[in-house]
Design a protein around this ligand. Sequence first.
Ligand SMILES: Cc1cc2nc3c(=O)[nH]c(=O)nc-3n(C[C@H](O)[C@H](O)[C@H](O)COP(=O)(O)OP(=O)(O)OC[C@H]3O[C@@H](n4cnc5c(N)ncnc54)[C@H](O)[C@@H]3O)c2cc1C
Length: 93
Amino acid sequence: MRLRLEVARLLLYKIAGLLEAGDPTLLETAMTKVYLSEAFVESSRDAIAIFGASGYSTDAQVERDLRDAIGATIYGGTVDIQRNMIAGLLGLS
Ligand SMILES: Cc1cc2nc3c(=O)[nH]c(=O)nc-3n(C[C@H](O)[C@H](O)[C@H](O)COP(=O)(O)OP(=O)(O)OC[C@H]3O[C@@H](n4cnc5c(N)ncnc54)[C@H](O)[C@@H]3O)c2cc1C
């Protein structure tokens, strides 16, 4: 979970650096959207596993994170559409 957080933060910092330099960010933004939202799903699943049965129920209040995380793979351009964009920007489609 910490590794995902660190990688996501580095990707965000890279975009900030590109924006500051006035460089294009379309590819990096699409890659970050995919990575960050899917990392959020994986870490939310890990959080539920850590809490065991209470993680699955509403007791520990971590199950809400998984629902929010899945939402992030859908809104603002689904991860499928982001992947299509990445492939296009890499000249693969
Ligand atoms: C929590 C949440 C908040 C939202 N907030 C907003 C908001 O504030 N404003 C707003 O306007 N909308 C919002 N939305 C709507 C969101 O933008 C759409 O749900 C999203 O764009 C997907 O569109 P759709 O639901 O019509 O799915 P569809 O377009 O029908 O897609 C269904 C599935 O097929 C996949 N798919 C579709 N086309 C392709 C393709 N060409 N290649 C590969 N896969 C494809 C999609 O990735 C998806 O998994 C929100 C959605 C959620 C879940």
